[in-house]
Every structure is written in structure tokens, then in C-alpha cells.
Design a binder for this molecule. Structure first.
Ligand code: ZN
Length: 293
């Protein structure tokens, strides 16, 4: 396996992005605002998931699955696979992998928090509003992939498209109940386009998801130190934690959870500063990429 030899690049044009050459691009305001809805640091775990896809050479190892997605996406009978349709499929798998890997490992399958976290940052991004189908699809994909065996059984029990339609109705109820901030996004209007993408890619992708559940990596990310709740309280009182931090990742994630659950803006700003100062010496954390398990 290759190791990551990239660097972090701060800029103000492309938001969070994993770029060629193993570079993580971050908005420059992220340096000072770890917990703001616009650029909270948990957005970075999506980009790290892209890096894992690249470092583990997943598209080369699973070219058959990507071809299957491209075949399913052909729009009329007799159309043949060309480079363009394969590239579209590669892009979809690259994104689906990042969405799902992030949800399963970094968010530890906490679905409701995951959806909240992605949508509050997406709502600030202009191209999310322009290309709503794509982002609704990514969010719907994680909603469906929570239960991969139900997806697989659907192929035999009911038809796959009836299954996806039923999941779509549940998804819309979930969004209305839990994500009131997304009311400007036209979910219902995009139903046909999102279900078409789901029918093309979700079933083949589910086999990648089954193969890349790296549970010892996930457990390492989620190890909770004994005094953890006290550390979160300290951060949200605006104070810096004096002792060394055993799991900086978990501190960032749980502080983000607390910040998205409704504290007022000045408390979040103070907590964000306290978190950044607390983590200034946390570079000792052994944050290894997963190896195959
Ligand atoms: Zn992405």
C-alpha cells in the first residue's frame, strides 16, 4: 500500500477538496473556526476518505464493479460502454466511497448526526444548490446503505426499483423530520433523477462497502478516554484542556456534535478557539491509514 505524502493547502476558491498529488485543500477560514457550520473540521473526514480510496488503489482493484455501474447507467438498449461512461462511473464510486466510508468509520454509523453534519456544511456551498440531484443522491445513498442486506434481499424479494422507491419515501420523511434547515432544497422534484442514479450505482457499490469495513481502524477512532465528557464541558466553557489529548479526532467530532445541537454562536466561537488551542500539541496522535484487515 502507498503511504500519504501530501500536504495541506489553504485557499479561498474551492472549499474542502482532496486534490491530485495527495493534497488536502481547506478554506483558509478553517484555521480559525473548527466548529463553525460553514467550515467545521469534520468536513475534512470526507476528504480523508477520498485519500483512502486513492491510497488503497480501489478503482484499479475493483474495475469490474465500476464497469458494472457504467453498464447499468447506459440509457438505452444497445448503447455501448465508452470511456466517458466509465469515467462517470469512476467518479460516482469515488464519491460514494467517500460518503459511505466517512459515515461508517469517522461517524461510527451515527446516521442522524452524519446527515446533519453534511447538510449544514453543504448548504453553504453554491454548487450544492446548482447540482441538487447529485448531493441528494449522496445523502440518500448513505440512508440506503445503512442496511446492505436489505438492499441485497430486495433484488430477490421485491424488485430493486420498488425497494428503492419505498426507501425514498422513508428518506423524505426522515429529511422533513430531522433536517428542517434543508427546506430550500427541492428533494421531491429530484425524485426520478435520484432514483435513477440509485438504481445504477447502489447495488454494485454495496459490494465495495462490504469489503472495506475496516473495524479495527474504526474502533481506534472511537476509543473514548475516561474523562472525555469533562473535556467536552471544558471546551464548551471556553477553556483550554491542560492535559494531553488521547484521541484528538474524537474530541473534534464530539465538539462538532455539540455545536450542531443548538448552542448559541458566541459559545460555539469560544469553544472553537478552546479546541484549536487544546489541539496545538496533539501532533503525537498516531493516525494511521487503515491497512487491509
Ligand atoms: Zn467528495
Amino acid at each position: 500500500m502507498k503511504s500519504w505524502k501530501g500536504y495541506v493547502f489553504f485557499q479561498d476558491t474551492i472549499g474542502f477538496q482532496y486534490a491530485h498529488g495527495d493534497v488536502f485543500c481547506l478554506p483558509s477560514s478553517a484555521i480559525f473556526s473548527a466548529l463553525s457550520p460553514k467550515c467545521h473540521w469534520m468536513t475534512l473526514t470526507h476528504e480523508i476518505s477520498h485519500a483512502i480510496f486513492t491510497v488503497m488503489d480501489i478503482d484499479a482493484k475493483h474495475a469490474e464493479i465500476i464497469l458494472e455501474g457504467a453498464r447499468r447507467a447506459l440509457t438505452y438498449y444497445g448503447e455501448s460502454l465508452d470511456n466517458r461512461s466509465i469515467e462517470l462511473s469512476q467518479n460516482q464510486f469515488f464519491e460514494l466511497f467517500a460518503q459511505w466510508f466517512d459515515y461508517y468509520h469517522f461517524f461510527n454509523e451515527d446516521h442522524d448526526f452524519y446527515q446533519k453534519s453534511i447538510w449544514i456544511s453543504w448548504l453553504y456551498v453554491p454548487f450544492v444548490h446548482k447540482d441538487q440531484t447529485e448531493y441528494i443522491f449522496r445523502s440518500f445513498a448513505v440512508f440506503v446503505l445503512r442496511d446492505i442486506s436489505a438492499l441485497h434481499e430486495s433484488v430477490y424479494a421485491v424488485t430493486e426499483s420498488d425497494f428503492l422507491k419505498a426507501r425514498w419515501r422513508d428518506f423524505i420523511s426522515f429529511v422533513r423530520l430531522n433536517l428542517p434547515e434543508t427546506e430550500q432544497i427541492s428533494f421531491e422534484e429530484k425524485e426520478d433523477a435520484v432514483l435513477a442514479l440509485a438504481a445504477d450505482y447502489l447495488f454494485p457499490f454495496s459490494f465495495l462497502a462490504l469489503e472495506y469495513r475496516l473495524d479495527s481502524f474504526r474502533h481506534r477512532l472511537n476509543e473514548m478516554p475516561a474523562n472525555f465528557q469533562l473535556q467536552i464541558e471544558t471546551i464548551f466553557s471556553g477553556a483550554v484542556i491542560p492535559e494531553s489529548i488521547a484521541n484528538p479526532f474524537l474530541l473534534v467530532r464530539e465538539a462538532t456534535r455539540r455545536a450542531t445541537s443548538g448552542d448559541n454562536e458566541s459559545i460555539i466561537r469560544a469553544a472553537s478557539a478552546a479546541l484549536i488551542f487544546t489541539l496545538r500539541d496533539a501532533s503525537h496522535f498516531d493516525f494511521r491509514f487503515p491497512s487491509s484487515e
